[in-house]
Design a protein around this ligand. Structure first.
Ligand SMILES: Cc1ncc(C[n+]2csc(CCO)c2C)c(N)n1
Length: 224
C-alpha cells in the first residue's frame, strides 16, 4: 500500500506495466549508478525547465477547477512550490553547469515534452478537477517513488543532489498532500465507492496515458 493515498495506489496498480517502465527506466538506472552521460542529464534538465513552466500552468488550472477552500489551498501550494523552488533549482543547477538563464529560457521544446504537458492541460480544460489530477498524479508520485528507491539503492554520488531533492521529507510531504487531495476530491465528487462508478475506469486510463508520456520523456532525455 502506498503512503501517497488510496486512489493513487489503485491507479498505479491498474497501470502496472507502464508504471514499471517509468519508474525503472534506463535513464533512472543511469542516475542510480552514475552512468548517465552528463550531456543527457543537462539536456533533460533544460527540457524539464520548459516542462515545469507548463506544469505550473496545469496546477494553476487546478486552482480554477477547485470547489473548496481546502482544494484551492492544496493546489496553490503546489503552484508556489513549483515556481519558487523546483524551477529555481533547475536554474541554479544549469547556471553551475555553464548554461545561462537566457540560454535556458530559449530551450526549444521537444515534441515528447510538448505532447505530455499539453495532454495534461487538455485533461483539465475539458474535464473537472478529477480528470486533471489523474493526469498530474504520475508526475508527482512517480518522482517520489523514484527518489525514495534511489536513496536506498544508489551506487554513485554523481547525481546525489537530484536524488536528495526528490527523497527529501519536503518533497515526500508534497506527494502525500497530493495523494490526500486526490482521495478527498474523488470522495467529494463520486462518493466513497468511487471505484464502482463509470468514471473511475476513464480516470485510470488518463493516469495510464500520463504514465506512458513520462516513459517517453525519459526516453527523450537519453537522446540529446
Ligand atoms: C518530466 C517530469 N516529471 C515529473 C517531474 C516532477 N515534478 C513535476 S511537477 C512537480 C512538483 C509537484 O507537483 C514535480 C516534483 C519533473 N520535474 N519532470
Amino acid at each position: 500500500m502506498s503512503e501517497y493515498g488510496k486512489a493513487f495506489a489503485l491507479m498505479r496498480d491498474a497501470a502496472q506495466g507502464p508504471w514499471r517502465d517509468y519508474t525503472r527506466h534506463a535513464f533512472v538506472e543511469g542516475l542510480r549508478d552514475g552512468t548517465l552521460p552528463r550531456v543527457a542529464f543537462l539536456h533533460y534538465l533544460r527540457q524539464d525547465y520548459v516542462f515545469l513552466i507548463h506544469f505550473s500552468r496545469a496546477w494553476a488550472l487546478a486552482v480554477v477547477k477547485s470547489e473548496t477552500h481546502a482544494e484551492m489551498l492544496a493546489a496553490s501550494r503546489t503552484v508556489n512550490g513549483l515556481i519558487s523552488e523546483e524551477m529555481q533549482l533547475h536554474i541554479g543547477i544549469c547556471e553551475a553547469e555553464g548554461i545561462s538563464q537566457d540560454e535556458l529560457f530559449a530551450t526549444p521544446e521537444r515534441p515528447e515534452n510538448l505532447a505530455y504537458t499539453r495532454y495534461v492541460l487538455e485533461a483539465g480544460y475539458s474535464g473537472d478537477l478529477l480528470d486533471l489530477l489523474a493526469a498530474l498524479a504520475p508526475c508527482v508520485m512517480g518522482y517520489g517513488e523514484i527518489g525514495t528507491r534511489l536513496t536506498a539503492e544508489a551506487t554513485s554520488d554523481t547525481y546525489r543532489d537530484w536524488i536528495d531533492a526528490y527523497s527529501s521529507s519536503e518533497y515526500q510531504d508534497a506527494c502525500q498532500a497530493v495523494g490526500e487531495l486526490l482521495d478527498s476530491a474523488l470522495i467529494r465528487r463520486l462518493g466513497a465507492d468511487f471505484r464502482t462508478t463509470p468514471r473511475w475506469s476513464r480516470l485510470c486510463q488518463t493516469f495510464r496515458t500520463a504514465t506512458e508520456l513520462e516513459v517517453n520523456f525519459w526516453q527523450m532525455g537519453l537522446t540529446p
